[in-house]
Design a protein around this ligand. Structure first.
Ligand code: ACO
Length: 448
């Protein structure tokens, strides 16, 4: 197949959310810390009737129905997630309930896990399958699903929850430029989940920021090498219309793009004008380590990058700012935001994505966008995903209620023999929800 990539997508996030401004006040943080300091507006969370399995069932059912795709047409289903409900049984097998009902059990693929990178691994698996000799002509389907919750403390406002489904095939409006990829993989203890009795990660926040930025620099270096090798000219940020980042919180995305501009400056790339050069020249001689520690460089490079950030990154930030870190779904929620805000002007545009998963794994890769043909068009994706409608119909909870929910979920994590409230009054019709976990830990879901 040619132009293999994303034919269709849909996103689901819980209707339950908490405003960052309210959380900030509740936590006794200084005013503006979460909203300006982290750059976040709101955070979605799963109530006791939702989890990563119910969200993925919901998003898959919605995608198939809204785009009119017959479940029999799916030949591969890959899930990316870092939310552990079962150490052996994959989330993919739960989603098989939808396909079994239509008589299709001939579907390859299982789950991929490494922090927020699992979704990208799943996506690459599907794209590679469609591009390979093993492809049987049917669609691939990728599901990224996570519930990001942190223990009480500075990381708690960087949670979130969502599931995203991506339909993969040839002649896609969001096509891979498969040769343009740069990866960086290394061993780090920046964020990990060694305590199997808890849903919360162990996180070294400062280290995770530096690991993220180091990975970004390294991926960008390899990405630029590949571009030069295949396109025969130097790459600069001018060569892509938009940059889409894994978005734990928006401030890190602002810092990341500034970092790309600084890289272009160090490489003497064409994107950096004379004024920018002058402003950045005091930092030209910094070593890599020094450059991550320099608050002045951070400030100056963010100022220099601001107008370009507003043009090339800001249109990708809506959903991550409103929903929070969705772990594996976070990068694709940023892509969703771009389709939502710019679908009518994306024809022939190149979009560069940066995927990061702690521990650590990371890749920068390139997509080429086309209008597409109904139902697989950018316009139809924007209409079907209905981001404005979904954001507007949410229910804001006070911080006390959010914390109460987290406490209940701590208690239920890894537990058996309980029934939920089965209260689905806040859920949209068609949403799946958890009703019961029996004495053998078997989970049961209903559809509203
Ligand atoms: N008004 C405006 N800005 C403020 C205010 C205020 N009142 N108070 C603080 N700030 C700013 C700070 O200056 C800082 O911004 P800067 O870095 O641009 O200077 C920002 O708010 C955050 O403040 P910190 O004191 O640095 O925050 P803290 O250390 O308490 O926590 C952190 C932030 C480390 C991100 C924490 O939330 C965390 O550990 N999150 C999880 C880890 C994470 O998301 N890592 C990212 C990559 S890995 C992954 O995706 C999981």
């Amino acid at each position: 197949g040619k132009n293999v990539g994303i034919l269709a997508m849909d996103i689901y996030f819980p209707p339950t959310c908490v405003q960052q401004e309210a959380l900030e006040a509740h936590d006794g943080a200084s005013k503006g810390k979460y909203t300006i300091g982290l750059g976040q507006d709101c955070m979605a969370f799963c109530s006791e009737v939702e989890d990563v399995i119910s969200m993925s069932l919901t998003v898959v059912a919605f995608l198939l129905e809204k785009y009119g795709v017959d479940p029999k047409q799916i030949g591969r289903l890959e899930v990316g997630s870092e939310t552990v409900i079962d150490k052996s049984k994959s989330i993919k097998t739960f989603i098989m309930q939808i396909f079994e009902a239509s008589g299709n059990t001939d579907i390859e693929g299982v789950d991929s896990t490494n922090a927020c990178y699992g979704g990208t691994a799943a996506l690459f698996n599907c794209v590679n399958w469609v591009e390979s000799a093993s492809w049987d002509g049917r669609y691939g389907l990728v599901v990224c699903t996570d519930s990001a919750v942190y223990a009480e403390g500075p990381a708690r406002p960087t949670g979130g929850a969502a599931a995203i489904a991506l339909l993969i095939g040839p002649d896609a409006p969001i096509a891979f430029e498969s040769k343009l990829r740069g990866s960086h993989m290394a061993h780090a203890y920046d964020f990990y989940k060694p305590n199997l009795a808890s849903e919360y990660p162990v996180v070294d926040g400062k280290l995770s920021q530096t690991c993220y930025l180091t990975a970004l620099d390294t991926c960008y270096k390899y990405f630029c090498h590949k571009f030069e090798k295949f396109e025969g000219k130097q790459f600069s940020v001018d060569d892509a219309e938009y940059f889409v980042f894994h978005s734990p919180y928006n401030k890190l995305v602002q810092k990341s793009f500034a970092r790309l501009i600084f890289n272009d400056f160090v490489r003497s790339a064409s994107s950096v004008d004379e004024t920018a050069k002058e402003n950045l020249s005091p930092f030209a001689a910094l070593t890599g380590d020094e450059s991550y520690q320099s608050r002045d460089l951070e400030k100056v490079s963010q100022q220099v990058a601001k107008p370009v950030y507003d043009a090339k990154v800001q249109p990708t930030t809506l959903v991550p700012k409103q929903v929070g870190n969705m772990y594996t779904a976070s990068l694709y929620a940023a892509l969703v935001s771009l389709i939502h805000s710019k679908h009518s002007t994306l024809n022939h545009k190149r979009v560069v994505l940066f995927s990061y998963g702690s521990g650590l794994t990371s890749t920068m890769f390139s997509l080429r966008l086309h209008e597409g043909k109904h139902p697989f068009s950018l316009l139809n994706m924007a209409n079907i995903m209905d981001i404005d409608g979904k954001l507007k119909s949410r229910h804001e909870f006070i911080p006390e209620k959010f914390i109460e929910t987290l406490k209940l979920m701590e208690h239920r994590y890894g537990a058996k023999d309980f029934v939920t409230s089965k209260d689905c009054s806040l859920l949209t019709p068609g949403t799946y929800y958890l009703t019961e976990v029996d004495t053998m830990y078997r989970r049961f879901y209903s559809k509203k």
